[in-house]
Write a protein that binds this ligand. Structure first.
Ligand SMILES: [Zn+2]
Length: 1014
């Protein structure tokens, strides 16, 4: 070998010149108005967890799965940018950037600050992750964006200008108008839209549009939005990572394979092709893809040369650019753009590949994220009431865990199993700390009195995060004589609330009292075997211990809780005269017997046929026929001709099969003074409870689905259908990220002539709040407890997909089957899903009231905290009732507090949201107002500054910078005037809110006196 090398070296020496010259590339090109401008946008797409966990991606471990190290990207970027001031780069995911930033010396930090200020390094999008747009709730999207944006503002003094949602699998209206326009972005770019839509838009040069995504806020919250022609990668042949195989530009004439002219020709050809489908003489090349620039020089070296030689050639103009520069260039052309309304769901990348499976994938993780989201909202309120301290538990780690869980491979369910476990672990750690904070805040509030501030509270509160599987150690204790179980019930909503509380207890020998010692009516419902099994299996699986003695009953009682406050209830051993809970009457009915079962104690009653099917829904104004059923789709294994399989992303069914209840299983009917239930074992792996309580006029359906059997070798996707007589005429409505409702028409798209290939999968939409349909008389609505997929596949019917278990990968990169299991001592069984949905009929025009107000109650359930205390001691020494707002005040019915949070500097972040859209409801879809002073009793508002949605700049500053885009045609003339709340008078401090408006404030408070004097 040595001799061969020597020969080669000698041979090379013959052709090498005596001296080699340092080549200076001219990379200084700006925009040339007379040429086609090719904006080269260097970028890396760094998933905040997918095939590896967020930390593994950052440090570059576990590389056998994927060779990806974000630390390499950012480390190599800095010198590469310093080497040439014309080079530019955008960085997006703050979860990674912040990990890296913490590791840097002051010297590097100051260099990076200069790079940011010079515009060489631009931080865009700016949330902790690039959140998904189907599975997250809008409150989570706001929170995770705020976290990143405020960090960028604090460290760099800048505000991101560009929305960069290049990878999420379809795009929501809420992303466009709320998370883009309302955070002050000038444009929004993305990669994934339906293949049929994309083809048409390329033809019509309408990939770039003005997106007016909110019916209510119209042009006041529109955004310039661009879909990429193919994806977020470079044109074919222009990939320059170390191991990529695109031809590099070989411009050294002393070496072999000189190819400058060829590469210039390739460049010009690709540019012209793209120009042919793009308006104006500006096109963008996304120069990078997943986890690229791990050795940043390889890309910049090639781009330096391309810019130099392409501009020497002169046919087109190539420049280092960013999406900001590109946006400004588009804006400067003063063109009018096509109008886009609605959203970009569902997304298919080809005929049988609808990315609608992930709307339901990993339903347990989706539910966990949603529970944590509501808990985080409540925990921040309690943290504010107590006063944020630097020591002790806080909500920061829950905030962080929730933020990354919104990533488009996190809550979506499209990550590998070990990564899903990592998200759940982070949430559990964050929850544990927030739980301690909530306990100490509540302890503080109950121990404070008018004359005494909270010092070091001694009350120890416990909470029950596993209540859904009837596991709650504090409520399962057998009370000794003289002790009370005290239950503090906290309501995070700004309205007084009447609700039902349900906790597991060991005995029937108890009584319930309110904070004044008065008897409270209560009911005992036997806990059935289905729940005992859930409880013992999952306590063992998740806590690694036996669940202990089994509680016999659910204790159910009504509670009344003030706005943003708590009430206290006590549960004691029943003594002589005290009121005892009523026991439910329980009986079974054999299926097929010739009888009808009725349940319901209040205004609503439901009749079931002896088959266990609901037949009638009866309230004061009408009797409705309604039927509910289950079915499963067999997951397609692909065929030779069309190999697409059903998987974590894609829903590709191979037939739908009804699930009929087993004939021999009886129905169990529970009647009580407060709650009525009908329990059904539908088959060996589906259990269902239909529940009515006398305070609410809707039906609650609780389902336990799983383990989905796969021993027949067929993956299954389990759905439930509710059929009514609503004449829906193919039309139904689903929410956008939990906020606005969007009209959907079966087998139809507003933007193009739909070619239907997948009649089920292609009509599925993401649901976070609910789905409804209507006719000329009535509305029928369903509300959900987590993100799910749903549709209306025939008139009058609504379908929800509840659970999925699949055996094959669907070839979109995750390379794992979506086959979730839960293990006890190495024995694993398929995941069981437990959850709820709620449904109701309303007269036409009335449905929004229930959807909006009850939807908020689902998002923000009552928070329960337990303590054991000496009898009567509590009432004599503790604050038993509290409201964080003025006791004479309540928020208007159409407004909620999205955020009430003490910031590190002591100021308060407050977000108020109008819950109704224009046209939702005749009395509630109107301008409303909130008196800020009433929200802070005992305190004086020093200053209230209105901010952008992500609270990183003043609203007025954001408005003054907003680009005013032109819409093609006469759209502006047609639009009715958009309504917005007016400026806030600094003395009156009343905040007006128009339909769907969210207003964000930073409030400086001056403490006047104790909380409790107000
Ligand atoms: Zn991605």
């Amino acid at each position: 070998m040595a001799i061969e090398v020597l020969v080669l070296l000698l041979a090379l020496a013959g052709v090498l010149p005596a001296e080699s010259k340092f080549m200076v590339y001219n990379t200084s090109a700006g925009i040339d108005p007379n040429k086609l401008n090719v904006h080269l946008v260097p970028h890396t797409h760094d998933d905040v967890g997918w095939l590896k966990t967020v930390d593994q991606y950052y440090v570059g471990s576990n590389n056998s799965i994927q060779g990806a190290c974000v630390q390499n990207v950012l480390d190599s970027l800095v010198p590469a940018l310093l080497a040439d001031k014309n080079r530019k780069f955008i960085y997006v995911e703050q979860a990674f950037f912040q990990r890296w930033w913490r590791d840097q010396s002051e010297t590097v930090q100051s260099i990076v600050k200069q790079l940011v200020h010079s515009g060489q390094l631009e931080l865009i999008n700016g949330g902790m992750c690039m959140h998904d747009e189907a599975a997250p709730h809008y409150i989570d999207m706001i929170d995770q964006t705020t976290l990143g944006h405020r960090f960028i503002k604090e460290e760099f003094g800048v505000t991101p200008r560009i929305g960069w949602q290049i990878d999420p699998f379809g795009h929501s209206a809420v992303q466009a108008y709320l998370l883009s326009a309302e955070v002050g972005f000038d444009s929004l770019f993305f990669g994934r839209i339906d293949y049929q839509d994309r083809a048409k838009r390329k033809n019509e040069k309408s990939l770039e549009v003005i997106w007016q995504a909110s019916k209510s806020l119209g042009s006041s919250a529109q955004i310039f939005a661009g879909a990429f022609p193919e994806n977020y990668e470079p044109p074919k042949g222009f990939y320059f990572e170390v191991n990529d195989n695109s031809p590099i530009v070989q411009d050294d004439i002393n070496l072999f394979d000189y190819n400058v002219q060829e590469r210039v020709n390739d460049f010009v050809a690709a540019a012209v092709a793209q120009a042919n489908i793009t308006r104006t003489n500006h096109i963008m090349w996304t120069m990078g893809t997943d986890f690229k620039y791990q050795y940043a020089y390889t890309w910049f070296r090639q781009m330096d040369k391309l810019i130099h030689y392409v501009n020497q050639d002169g046919r087109v103009n190539a420049l280092y650019s960013t999406p900001s520069i590109y946006t400004d260039a588009k804006y400067a052309t003063n063109r009018a753009w096509p109008l886009k309304t609605g959203d970009y769901f569902p997304y298919a990348d080809r005929a049988n590949a609808y990315w609608t499976g992930y709307f339901t994938s990993r339903p347990a993780l989706k539910r966990y994220v949603r529970i944590m989201s509501g808990y985080y909202l409540a925990a921040r309120q309690l943290e504010f009431f107590k006063g944020k301290t630097t020591s002790g538990p806080n909500t920061d780690s829950l905030a962080d865990a929730l933020a990354i869980a919104q990533h488009h491979d996190a809550v979506t369910g499209t990550e590998k199993q070990h990564v899903a476990n990592d998200y759940a672990k982070r949430l559990a750690i964050g929850y544990t700390e927030a739980e301690a904070l909530v306990a100490s805040s509540l302890a503080c509030l109950v121990e404070s009195t008018a004359n005494k501030e909270c010092g070091n509270p001694t009350t120890k509160f416990q909470q029950c995060p596993l209540m859904n599987i009837s596991y709650c150690p504090p409520s399962e204790t057998v009370l000794s004589n003289g002790k009370d179980l005290v239950l503090v019930v906290y309501n995070p909503l700004g309205w007084k609330r009447e609700d039902i509380v349900q906790i597991p207890v060991m005995t029937d020998d108890i009584s319930v009292h309110d904070s004044e010692g008065k008897d409270v009516e209560s009911q005992l419902i036997p806990i059935t075997e289905a729940y005992h099994k859930l409880r013992s299996y999952h306590v063992k699986a998740y806590l690694g211990r036996n669940a202990g003695g089994t509680p016999k009953y659910w204790l159910v009682f009504p509670v009344s809780v003030p706005a943003l406050g708590f009430s206290t209830y006590s549960i004691s051993r029943a003594q002589g005269t005290g009121a005892r809970p009523t026991k439910s009457s329980v009986y079974t009915v054999q299926r097929g017997e010739n009888s009808v079962v009725n349940i319901g104690q209040g205004n609503l009653k439901v009749a079931f046929s002896a088959e266990g099917k609901i037949t009638h829904y009866i309230n004061k104004w009408r009797t409705e026929s309604v039927e509910q059923s289950y079915s499963f789709y067999a997951g397609s294994n692909g065929t030779e001709k069309e190999p697409q399989k059903s998987g974590a992303y894609i829903f590709r069914p191979n037939g739908s099969f009804p699930i009929s209840p087993a004939k021999q299983t009886p129905l169990t009917v529970v009647h009580g003074s407060i709650v009525d239930e009908l329990h059904e074992q539908i088959n060996s792996w589906i259990y269902q409870v239909t529940r009515l309580n006398k305070l609410k006029e809707h039906i609650e359906v609780e389902f336990i689905v799983g383990p989905i059997p796969i021993d027949d070798g067929i993956g299954k996707e389990v759905a439930t259908q509710i059929s009514t007589t609503v004449k829906s005429k193919k039309t139904f409505y689903t929410d956008s990220s939990g906020r606005d409702f969007i009209e959907r028409i079966r087998d139809y798209r507003t933007d193009w002539n739909l070619e239907v290939n997948q009649p089920a999968a292609g009509n599925y939409y993401p649901i976070n709040l609910g789905i409804f349909m209507k006719d000329e008389e009535k509305e029928f609505s369903i509300l959900v407890d987590r993100s799910v997929g749903g549709s209306s596949l025939s008139d009058g019917q609504i379908e929800l997909m509840l659970h999925r278990r699949l055996l094959l990968d669907d070839s979109r990169g995750v390379a794992e089957a979506l086959n979730e299991t839960v293990c006890v001592e190495n024995k694993c069984t398929g995941l069981i899903i437990q959850g709820k949905y709620y449904f109701r009929f309303d007269q036409l025009g009335e449905g929004a009231r229930w959807r909006r107000s009850y939807g908020q109650e689902i998002y923000s359930p009552l928070l329960l905290a337990f303590a054991e205390e000496d009898k009567n001691h509590w009432r004599n020494s503790r604050t038993t009732s509290f409201s964080g707002i003025d006791s004479s005040y309540t928020l208007p019915e159409n407004v909620v507090i999205l955020t009430l949070q003490e910031l590190d500097d002591g100021n308060v972040l407050l977000r108020l949201a109008h819950l109704y859209e224009v046209g939702d409801h005749k009395e509630l879809s109107v301008m409303t107002s909130v008196e800020l002073k009433k929200l802070f009793p005992g305190k004086k508002i020093g200053k209230a500054t209105e901010m952008s949605l992500s609270a990183n700049q003043e609203r007025a500053e954001m408005e003054s910078k907003r680009l005013v885009w032109k819409v093609e045609g006469s759209a502006e003339e047609k639009e009715t005037k958009v309504s917005r709340g007016g400026p806030v008078d600094p003395v009156k401090l009343e905040v007006e809110l128009a339909p769907m408006e969210i207003r964000t404030f930073i409030i400086e408070l001056v403490q006047l006196n104790n909380l409790f004097d107000a």
